[in-house]
Design a protein. Sequence first.
Length: 419
Amino acid sequence: MKAPLSPEDAVQGSKRPHRYRNTASVIEGTWPHFDEAHRRGLMAVYCRSADGRTISLANGRRQGMVAIDYVRCSYLGLDNHPHIVDGAIVAIEEYGALHWSCARTRLNFALIGALEERLSQLFRAHIITYSTVMIANMGALPLIASGHLTGAQKPVMVFDRLAHASLAFHKPVVADETKVETISHNDLDALERICRKHPLVAYVCDGVYSMGGCAPIPELLHLQERYGLFLYIDDAHGISIFGDRGEGFARSQMPDVLGERTIIAASLGKGFGASGGMLMFGTSRQEALFRRYSIPHAFSASPNVAAVGAAIASAEIHASGELAARQHQLAERITFFDERVRTGQHGAPLPIRMFRIGNELEAISVAEHLLDDGFYTSATFFPTVARGQAGIRICLTASHDTNDLDRLCQRISRYMGDG
């Protein structure tokens, strides 16, 4: 029997530094900036959607103002597609309910089985759907850390430093299972050194990063082939906008058979235009393991019926010629923007553009000016980006009108001092 801690040991333990969470410090350091962004009407904005990417503001001193939205991540403009909206309505009418309060290990709507089967065919993988991508990540990372997907051998879990908050949030739980390390963004040399040092490594990263940029998929596959590297890629921002069937940035660069050393998380919102998240697996055993032991699957409910119906409708669009047409429209908007405004993401085929300002309050001020000009953009600052690296994020979509986009570029150039 283990002896109880002495008072001195107990005090020492209570003062142990937090290795993975610093919530109190983040709140203390960022409260004034959040306060200012709220005061200026840039956050917690309530609105109604209108045609295309326009929104009508419903609260605050700008109530009734119509603006063009560059915040939503519906990169193909599918989030208000009539077929997808109809899919949600038809599903509720058919099933006569929105939600079943029941763990998925017990009862499931038949419709969700149809959705997962359709997605599996579309993306050439075994698919499980979840109510959000963050929920999917919550269920996945501890299971990977446990070693049950890697021959009962626990991998060292390596996180990219810029991995999304919905991934990094789970480091403390993962650290209860195995060793956790964090490396600089896309630092393949550091990742390879860890692979040489440890017999088994799992790498956690984004496919497309929410502040711009992407993972080096071919190079990661090379490390996988050489060292058996396990890959967990959250491709929430890459789904639908890449691939002949909208497989996403990561999956479209993978072999036909995903294999047992790769899992891809993706969104059923964002580019897909519906609601929810999903995991792509390479083997039926992985799928079975997650259906039994993934916490959100074993102890929570499925996406609601409206979300499932909308996702089925989107899957139908993905299997049609409309997908390629919208991907092409998005590519045209990206090129159009890059011809007028130069950012750190210039020339990349990704729909996210960031122009850096630096000072947090100055970035908030520029975002307010843009909103008053009729353009709602994201003022981004710590902890979303590093301290002193604040800026404006622009989400481009296939349904942005080029005349409106041209006016936005003129305003941005003026605020950047280029015109």
